[in-house]
Design a protein around this ligand. Structure first.
Ligand code: TYD
Ligand code: ZN
Length: 421
């Protein structure tokens, strides 16, 4: 069912231009995190157009349509994972930001999209005052119960001004994997300017468009992810809004991300070599030209053909297949590749909020890891491939017993005990 609450993108949210290159289009797809209770019929399940366009002026990649955030975020089932990978990463982010922002005990750290507060807890442990801002009322309540003070709001100039009045300026403002979800970047950056200490740092972590382009990892394209950024695009954005990007680091987390550090221009922080080096690499890869995005579209088409073909050939050999991780990426790839419960028996996931629900669109059931251990498939389709190393280690017994995994990107491939490092 095509739902309301959605509008097509017209002007570029970074540079205002409206000369778009069409990159890929996936038709109508339900929201990636809209898990459903099992039901006899799903006729009224909403779906929304999904595709990507690239701005020929600043090379922002954007989804074609923006769904009303009230629909996506007020009650949100994505809970920050407590996987080893993420726990380690959060410690790294806390250490890097403490060092780069020169944080001392008592300094204020504000995080937008703070989810259940795990990242802020890493700053609180070092004596910082912390405040989270997250519109998901269910998650803000969890964070508050755990002692991480969280406002159940969007981060805007108004919210930021209120925090400034009650707590003073923030030495660090953090937005991890939330920046790509924001349509009104001008509003958020006005909030950052209102709240940031003159010497403060705004740290942003976003999926890097280069990783998306190189891996053809089109499962990160879903309605929540409005923007896919290059360093050059972020630089344009911050400059337009009176801020200055001074450092960037490429990180493996979430399939390939950037940690970007931004300050006030008056603070005159030296710009690190990494900024120029990444922008030069983007230039060398000709990411300012249409050809790069046509090549991405070709790779996406190939995975969309090869993955269902591989799954069907394994089924034809009598193998039983289940999904590993009911990630938003997973629900997206299954929908886009047209794989449903006839092909994938269930998806296993550690998130209790998702268990015993069904995936959006495909209605494949989500099962707990206990269920999966008692009823293992022959082959797992790796849907949380951003944690592949951790998962392959954890599932060594399954592999030793002859189990196999399908890794979808950049080209679908099967791994077994013999081929895992
Ligand atoms: P994640 O990659 O965090 O994000 P997204 O939803 O943005 O694609 O999702 C990973 C999912 O995989 C999450 O629902 C938890 C689940 N998971 C497991 O079930 N087992 C595991 O060992 C790990 C690491 C994740
Ligand atoms: Zn643009």
């Amino acid at each position: 069912m095509n739902a309301g609450n959605v509008r097509p993108v017209t002007g570029c949210r970074v540079c205002g231009a409206s000369d778009w290159q069409d990159v890929v289009s996936f038709g109508e797809v339900p929201l990636a995190n809209a898990f459903l209770e099992p039901a006899a019929s799903y006729d009224d399940e909403p779906s929304y157009p999904l595709g990507v366009i690239s701005c020929r002026s600043c090379r922002l990649m954007s989804v074609t349509h923006v769904v009303d955030p009230e629909v996506m975020y007020r009650t949100y089932s994505y809970v920050t994972s407590d996987s080893e990978t993420i726990t380690r990463h959060m410690e790294f982010v806390a250490a890097t930001c403490r060092e780069r922002a020169g944080l001392a005990a008592g300094d204020l750290v504000v995080e937008l999209g703070s989810n259940t507060g795990q990242q802020l807890a890493a700053f609180a442990r070092h004596g910082c005052r912390v405040i989270g801002v997250d519109p998901a009322r269910n998650l803000a309540a969890v964070a508050n119960e755990q002692g991480i003070r969280t406002l159940p709001e969007y981060f805007t100039e108004t919210t930021a001004g209120a925090v400034h009045r009650s707590h003073g300026p923030a030495r660090l403002i953090l937005g991890r994997h939330v920046f790509a979800h924001i349509d009104d970047l001008a509003g958020v950056l006005a909030g950052v300017r209102a709240l940031l200490h003159p010497e403060g740092v705004f740290a942003v972590e976003v999926p890097y468009a280069v990783d998306l382009l190189e891996k053809y990892a089109f499962d990160t394209i879903y309605h929540e992810h409005l923007s896919y950024f290059l360093v050059r695009t972020l630089d344009t954005l911050f400059t337009r809004h009176g801020l200055s990007l001074f450092d960037v680091e490429r990180l493996p987390v979430h399939g390939g991300s950037l940690l970007v550090l931004v300050g006030r221009p008056e603070a005159r922080r030296p710009v690190t070599d990494a900024v120029g080096e990444l922008m030069a690499a983007e230039e060398r890869a000709e990411l300012g030209t249409d050809a790069a995005y046509r090549e991405f579209a070709r790779g996406v088409r190939a995975v969309r053909e090869e993955l269902p073909a591989l799954v069907r050939s394994l089924l034809a050999e009598g193998k039983r297949i289940a999904g590993y991780g009911a990630s938003a990426k997973g629900t997206t790839i299954l929908n886009i590749c047209g794989l449903g419960p006839d092909e994938v028996a269930y998806c296993t996931d550690t998130t209790s909020l998702k268990q015993d629900k069904v995936l959006p669109g495909t209605h494949i059931p989500v099962r707990s890891p206990d269920h999966a251990r008692n009823d293992p498939p022959d082959v797992y389709l790796m849907l949380a491939w951003n944690y592949a190393d951790e998962i392959l280690r954890k599932e060594a017994d399954f592999l030793r017993a002859g189990g196999r995994f399908i890794l979808p990107f950049p080209k679908p491939a099967v791994v077994s005990a013999d081929t895992v490092r």
